[in-house]
Design a protein around this ligand. Structure first.
Ligand code: PRP
Length: 177
């Protein structure tokens, strides 16, 4: 395995198929809804959100939010800090938070709590991957792409030290810090 060319964990075609399945499921679940707001959590969700949102068969608007949890280290601190809030008003709207990865769960827990205080009509969560054995807090993922092990993964939005975000597949690298 090389950190320049990460080993494939989830292939481009497997991601494409799963994203299509999730989009179909979300389109069914929100059928008739005219105020779905998809909130992408920057930076990691930008590619997943772009692909997922373009396959939905229902009206939707897009917002972004930025939080910081890892800093530059590969170890999660548990502390979540809001870096950039959504621009639009979400009161009375159906919010779908879109993540690239749920690791300890602190980020998604923080975001669902924060959005609840804005009185949306509903809040659901979606993540492309989840580190199944890393949960430190209990948080529900309504739409999940893949469960993975405790590897450090990059690609399809995910980074290591800001590298590899635009890799078309999800690969494994060996953290060096
Ligand atoms: C990653 C990921 C999630 C969060 C998940 O973001 O995108 O937002 O960590 O971790 P948790 O479940 O342990 O809270 P990161 O802080 O690496 O920022 P990035 O999306 O800009 O890469």
């Amino acid at each position: 395995m090389s950190n320049d060319t990460p080993e494939v964990l989830i292939s481009e075609s497997d991601i494409r198929s799963r994203v299509a399945e999730l989009a179909a499921q979300i389109s069914r679940d929100y059928e008739g809804c005219d105020n779905l707001v998809m909130v992408g959590v920057l930076k990691g969700s930008f590619i997943f959100l772009a692909d997922l949102s373009r396959q939905l068969k229902i009206p939707r608007t897009i917002e972004f939010i930025a939080v910081s949890s890892y800093g530059s280290s590969s170890v999660s601190s548990g502390a979540v800090r809001l870096v950039m809030d959504v621009r639009g008003n979400i009161e009375g709207k159906h919010v779908l938070i879109v993540e690239d990865i749920v690791d300890t769960g602190h980020t998604l827990k923080y975001l669902t709590g924060m959005f609840k205080s804005h009185r949306p009509a509903s809040i659901k969560t979606c993540s492309l991957v989840r580190k199944a054995d890393s949960a430190e807090v209990d948080v529900k993922i309504d739409y999940l792409g893949f469960d993975i092990g405790d590897e450090w993964v990059v690609g399809y939005g995910l980074d290591y030290g800001e590298l590899h975000r635009t890799l078309p597949y999800i690969g494994i690298i060996e953290p060096t810090d």
